[in-house]
Design a protein around this ligand. Structure first.
Ligand code: 5AD
Ligand code: SF4
Length: 445
């Protein structure tokens, strides 16, 4: 028996990276690795990285600094450590990663990670740095092992990757590549498998998930709404969600799915990025503020209680204070249950990085603070509005206190309640008794 190697994986960034890390772990486990939570005990360390903003990429390099010390400490004990950089920093920077952080043995992009076990074996046996940032012809997903359970009640399932929208601030079209959709049959098979392993809620993932157009069993491309309807037919799969969407691809059928499909949870993450039409055009968003409002109106007509979430950027190059005010106006007009907001971060290779009129850091910080104050007050108000209501909660994990479980409401709020661990994976009515900015407390009824 070969000795079991241990792998430690650290994930940065978005939910798709969380999904990718799970799949990387599974592929290494199928090759005899065991996962560890302790990087000091790991024969292989994988950083699954994010390149969306400068800070995200910098975090990776400071972590690599710490890993360098750890690797040399292990080396002095005669232990080998393979250090791998995966994800979007790997894709964007390629061999530059080795130059900036010589501790790295392996660089693997988001479209090549099904080759990770083989690449690690090469790095180890040939004692050299190995890189794979190809966008291979073969299907990455077909090259990954079947998913094994048991697992928590809520799971991610990537159905679409990449983006063709080319917003001028965004690296995604370069790091994740052009938009591709997984075939319907492949998605259905994975969903059935997850449900068999205890999953009751699936969130479909894609950088532009509502542009999904995977090959259907009828030989035609299927839309996301059609895929959702098919998934809703899986027995014991009780909840469906999808993220992230672009306003342009919010088609009639998808909006109607929010009315007609009970499994589809009343929650929509729909980034608008900015409230000024001039800035939206400079961002190449291909929609205006009023287009966005019109979509919101239609979605709310279909599902009046829907919780809306969004992404917003402040300080895009050339943004004036009046234009920023239009962002605040749009937020006030919509009323969000949740939101993610960011200072614009110039990303090398993207068109906006070269636009004149980059906004000073202190102006961006001030705008972000003002925006976040407004968004937080909306979020608190939305949560407080749940007090006294009975909402169905899917219990997903143990709480920090004994006897407590944490679950999610239909509106994606975290809900804490006293409940026995045997109730994990069940959906129970919970009367909401308290609300904070980020979570609710309740009593199982
Ligand atoms: N600077 C700041 N925020 C960005 N995002 C994407 N690129 C940038 C950037 N260069 C934000 C967008 C996107 C979210 C995932 O990250 O709001 O929707
Ligand atoms: Fe980036 Fe989203 Fe725009 Fe695509 S739609 S370029 S992923 S911000």
């Amino acid at each position: 028996m070969p000795e079991t190697r241990k792998v430690f994986i650290k994930t940065y960034g978005c939910q798709m990276n969380v999904y990718d890390s799970e799949r990387m772990a599974e592929s290494l486990v199928s090759q005899g690795y065991a996962e560890t939570e302790d990087p000091g005990d790991a024969d292989m360390i994988v950083l699954n990285t994010c390149h969306i903003r400068e800070k995200a990429a910098e975090k990776v390099y400071s972590e690599l600094g710490r890993i360098r010390q750890l690797k040399s400490a292990r080396q002095s004990e005669g232990k080998e450590t393979i250090v791998a950089v995966a994800g979007c920093v790997a894709q964007a920077e390629g061999a530059e990663v080795f130059a900036r952080a010589p501790v790295v043995d392996l660089v693997v992009g988001p479209q090549a990670y099904h080759r990770l076990p083989a690449l690690a074996a090469t790095a180890r046996s040939e004692r050299r740095q190995v890189i794979d940032t190809e966008f291979p012809d073969e299907d990455k997903f077909a090259g990954l092992p079947e998913r094994k359970g048991p697992r928590p009640a809520a799971a991610f399932l990537t159905v679409q990757e990449g983006c063709d929208k080319f917003c001028t601030f965004c690296v995604v079209p370069y790091t994740r590549g052009m938009e591709i959709s997984r075939p319907v049959a492949q998605v259905m098979e994975e969903a059935h498998r997850l449900v068999g392993q205890g999953v009751r809620e699936i969130t479909l993932l894609g950088q532009n998930v509502n542009a999904y157009h995977g090959d259907g069993p009828d030989g035609r491309p299927w839309s996301l709404s059609k895929l959702l309807a098919e998934l809703a037919g899986i027995e014991r799969l009780e909840r469906l969600r999808y993220t992230t969407s672009h306003p342009l691809d919010m088609d009639d059928a998808l909006i109607e799915a929010h009315r007609g499909l009970p499994e589809l949870m009343p929650y929509l993450h729909l980034p608008f990025q900015a409230g000024s039409d001039r800035i939206l055009a400079a961002m190449n968003r291909k929609h205006t503020a009023s287009d966005y409002l019109r979509i919101v109106e239609r979605v709310r007509e279909a599902r009046p209680d829907i919780a809306l979430s969004t992404d917003v950027i402040v300080g895009f190059p050339g943004e004036t204070d009046e234009e920023f005010q239009q962002t605040l106006d749009l937020v006030r007009e919509v009323g969000f249950a949740q939101a993610f907001s960011f200072k614009y971060s110039a990303r090398p290779g993207t068109p906006a990085a070269n636009i004149d009129g980059q906004v000073p850091e202190d102006v961006k910080a001030d705008r972000l603070a003002r925006l976040q104050e407004l968004l937080q007050s909306q979020q608190s108000r939305f949560n407080a509005g749940c007090i006294g209501k009975i909402v169905p909660v899917l219990f997903e994990k143990l709480g920090r206190r004994a006897g407590q479980l944490i679950g999610r409401s239909p509106y994606l709020q975290a809900v804490h309640a006293e409940a026995q661990p045997g109730l994990l994976g069940r959906i129970l009515p919970v009367e909401i008794s308290g609300a904070g900015v980020n979570s609710l407390a309740g009593i199982v009824r």
